[in-house]
Design a binder for this molecule. Structure first.
Ligand code: C2E
Ligand code: CA
Ligand code: CA
Length: 570
């Protein structure tokens, strides 16, 4: 029955054009149960019916020899009319020669008179309508231009049909190129597109034998539905090898998430959300090419989708707020407020408080972090300016610069503009770049850091000692401040190795002639030990947690009154 009804659940309309009443009646009797019928007794009546305001025909059955306007003329006029040219026409004739001519002119099929087998005629009508609707789906949604695979919307339409035709167990797969944005950023968009096109070819080659269909869902994420396999690892490994050999990025990695479709488990869209969640779980994990979905993953994926969807609103409505955590100079007679670190908080209207740990890594993965960071930088600058006006002192604020920002060619221009807009010196807005950023794409980082320093910005290497950097790199990369990773401070008093490392970092910093900030200082004993070893600046709960801007303002005010002032950030 679905094959007869259209998408709106109504019978499709068919126009029967024949000058002989008996023929109209015969056809009418065969088709009236399946279609909504209209009749015309000559070509002119047919054109009138077709061009009537509410006309929406799925098929025309057309006699050729008629008075007033014959069938050939009707075909010609329809083909010349943009609104009518896609309606399929079946010609009805008893002459072989006319068949050929009408098919050449664009008729879809023919039926020979006299009409003998009603079921054959009905089947032909059905088939022609179906074909023409398939074509129009393909036309309207097209293929994805970059990869050559289906577009996402067409994929989901086609998938339904495929599922109706098969009773084999199926898998939903999400495939992704790990850190694809780096290919775009390092080698340019053309190279990115080239890689996506090749990936599309590889997917088609690999999954066709598994009776699969595939689409590009968005940027570098591809979906595949195919007959269930034990293990996709060899297949993905093969694609990865081919794609790496093809691309300019030799270290290119692929990953795939797999969800075994159960018809009981809701909509196909959901299967692919699950497959994608599994795929995301192995992001950045070396050696892991494929992962299967489990339920907990799904919950997390849904939460993440929500956060991604709400990000722009959060910026527009200022649901993001910036907290400020003070940093104190500790080498004088008493600790003196030196500067602050800007730390973002998300007060979600429905989900409540969300810490940066829940959304910063997520937004780093998809690049949204750029917008969020830009928001924070402007807020921080605005506050520096406000406090300067209110209290007559300039308290420098460090902002976090994600490694994704480093690849933004506009980074420096954006930062300079902010500083200019709020009449600050570049050194008032200090830039914290996490150590792990220094591990990959070092050339770009050195270039960016040099250039930013050239414009007068101060660079702090955040989380120093947490991982990747080598001592060697420290001599290559110019920095202004080292921020010791929190781990060392935490363990320093209980673990002698941590203590030795703190000493080592302080020695290195002294050699490089840069100050060290120790963060995560919670206890007096830690503070005393750090001071003893020559650490310059301390940040942590011992002095203060991150504070809302207003309360940080109060802190500045208090500090001004007690006289101590070391805001000259040397
Ligand atoms: P981070 O840059 O290393 O920031 C220091 C983190 O340590 C902050 O966590 C801070 O609240 C916390 N902290 C400060 N003092 C203490 C202490 O005494 N003990 C302990 N246990 N923790 C302390 P928070 O605010 O949750 O931020 C977490 C991370 O999120 C930050 O680590 C940073 O990497 C990222 N982040 C925060 N705001 C931003 C932002 O605006 N942009 C970017 N790109 N990343 C941000
Ligand atoms: Ca930081
Ligand atoms: Ca840090």
């Amino acid at each position: 029955m679905e094959r007869i009804l259209n998408a709106g659940g109504m019978k499709r309309r068919v126009l029967i054009v024949d000058d002989e009443m008996i023929n109209r009646e015969l056809l009418g009797a065969m088709l009236s149960a399946s279609y909504e019928l209209s009749f015309a007794a000559n070509g002119q009546e047919a054109m009138d019916a077709l061009t009537a305001p509410d006309a929406a025909y799925s098929l025309i059955l057309l006699d050729l020899l008629m008075p007033v306007l014959n069938g050939f003329e009707v075909i010609e006029r329809c083909r010349a009319d943009d609104r009518l040219k896609r309606i399929p026409i079946i010609v009805m004739t008893s002459e072989k020669s006319a068949e050929v001519r009408s098919i050449r002119m664009g008729a879809a099929d023919f039926i020979t008179k006299p009409y003998d087998m009603p079921e054959v005629i009905l089947a032909r009508c059905e088939r022609i309508i179906e074909l023409s609707e398939d074509k129009s789906i393909i036309r309207s949604t097209e293929r994805d231009k970059v990869s050559g695979l289906y577009t996402r919307s067409y994929f989901f339409v086609y998938l339904q049909r495929l599922l109706a035709l098969t009773d084999k167990p199926m898998d939903a797969l999400a495939l992704n190129i790990d850190r694809f944005h780096l290919i775009n950023e390092l080698f340019g968009r053309d190279e990115g597109d080239r890689v996506l096109r090749r990936f599309g070819e590889l997917i088609a080659e690999s999954f066709l034998p598994l009776h699969g269909i595939a689409c590009r869902s968005e940027s570098d994420t591809f979906f595949v539905l195919c007959e269930r396999q034990e293990d996709y690892e060899p297949l993905v490994a093969h694609m990865q090898k081919e794609l790496a050999a093809f691309s300019r990025s030799r270290s290119l990695r692929l990953r795939a998430g797999v969800y075994s479709c159960e018809s009981a488990s809701g909509e196909p869209e959901g299967w692919f959300t699950r497959a994608k969640a599994a795929c995301d779980r192995i992001r950045g994990q070396y050696g892991a090419l494929t992962a299967r979905y489990n339920n907990e993953l799904y919950e997390r994926a849904v939460f993440h989708e929500r956060l991604i969807g709400d990000m722009q609103d959060a910026i527009d409505n200022c649901d993001f707020t910036v907290y400020f955590q003070p940093k104190y100079k500790i080498q004088g007679d008493r600790p003196v407020l030196a500067s602050a670190e800007a730390l973002i908080r998300w007060i979600h209207p429905e989900l409540g408080f969300i810490g940066p740990g829940d959304f910063i890594p997520l937004f780093e993965q998809n690049g949204l972090i750029r917008q969020v960071d830009y928001f924070v930088w402007r807020q921080a600058a605005a506050h520096i300016k406000r406090w300067r006006r209110q209290y007559g002192v300039t308290v420098p604020v460090s902002v976090n610069v994600s490694r994704v920002d480093i690849f933004d060619p506009e980074l420096e221009r954006k930062l300079c503009k902010i500083v200019e807009d709020f009449a600050l010196a570049p050194s008032d807005l200090m830039l914290e770049i996490t150590e792990s950023a220094y591990a990959n794409g070092t050339d770009r980082l050195i270039e960016a850091v040099n250039s930013l320093r050239g414009s007068g910005f101060k660079i702090e290497m955040d989380d120093f000692g947490s991982g990747y950097s080598s001592l060697n790199m420290l001599t290559e990369i110019p920095i202004d401040v080292l921020k010791l990773d929190m781990q060392f401070v935490r363990n320093m008093l209980s673990d002698s190795k941590s203590l030795r490392l703190v000493k080592l970092v302080l020695d290195i910093a002294a050699f490089l002639e840069v100050p060290v900030v120790a963060e995560g200082v919670e206890e007096k004993a830690q503070l005393d030990a750090l001071r003893e070893m020559g650490c310059d600046i301390v940040q942590g709960y011992y002095f203060s947690p991150p504070l809302p801007a207003e309360r940080f303002g109060d802190l500045i005010k208090k500090e001004c009154h007690t006289g101590g002032n070391a805001y000259d950030n040397d």
